[in-house]
Design a protein around this ligand. Sequence first.
Ligand SMILES: O=C(O)CCC(=O)C(=O)O
Ligand SMILES: [Fe+2]
Length: 349
Amino acid sequence: MTVLKQPPKSEKVVPRLPPLMLSTPALVAEHTPCTLHPSVLPPELACRLFYTMVDASREWSRNKWWLFDRVVESPHRTTFFARRTDGLDDDSSWQEAARFWYNGRMTDVPPVFPPEMEEACRIIERVVNDEMKKRPRFPLEWTGGAEDDTGWRANVAAANCYEGGKESVGFHSDQLTYLGPYTSIASLSLGTRRVFSLREVIPSDESKSRRPRTFNVPLAHNSLTIMHAGCQEQFKHSIPPQTAIDVYRPAFPKSPDGEIEPSNCRINITFRFYRPDFRPTSIPRCKCDVPTILRPDMKNRVDGKTDTYWWACYAGAQNDGKGCTFWKRLDMASEKRGPVFADRLPTSG
Ligand SMILES: O=C(O)CCC(=O)C(=O)O
Ligand SMILES: [Fe+2]
């Protein structure tokens, strides 16, 4: 008996689009959930902050974590700061949260913002708030703790130092553990210009109809990139290695009568807002008794209302790569993560 074979289904081939260079703020806003703000700080402050951070970066370390059965080391140096207060309330339980920044391992309380960083942060907060006023807000986004809420503010910051073109960070989206869904992150670039790459994660139900495209944004000294609400849910970002970089020539010397020395370093500071309703006391702990990490389910459709997020074990990054199997879906309602008002926040000891 002859079995008639069905002709193979003709699957439409979706062409892969070549990477696109986004060299102006208008192009960045058109193609990504980010905005680019060149020359954001007064030039003298940007230069002073660059020198302070380059000096401080000698003490910063390379993040290390377990990946399957081996320890991997990040190809750049990094550190973390917690602001002394966020200027609005004196609750500092987010400083406690910052202690888990380093791959789930308990570290010392992080240093506070140096004075130049504090000065820069106040300017950056204004830029972020002006930009956020122009954009729609999402139901899962932090909408403020009180009626007189002053809007987005930074209470912590992560900093990175890339020395030379080989130092880099691979494609990732930032963990949302203390930031919560639909966070806004303000990322300041100082020193050598590097390329910031963004690539969308295509939801599973669209994977046959479109392919992700890589967008490359050159980040000049003293430019601010705001990764707006939804960026961590929809896009991954990276600083890829480069075979050639331009050296950065500071506009001011380090000391009034000193020489100007060119540098091949890029400093990045990401100012972040740890949400009052995502404090360490309310983060689920896994079977290893380590606070879990929160990740978005990037493969499912994102609409700002019904997105899925998962709490997962973080111990595996440290504990010889042996974490537990803990997974729990974030449920804003049953975890009582509705808006929390400043006067009702738990205080830390
Ligand atoms: O250096 C950058 O611009 C990106 C850093 C980054 O992605 C991070 O700290 O999570
Ligand atoms: Fe990141």
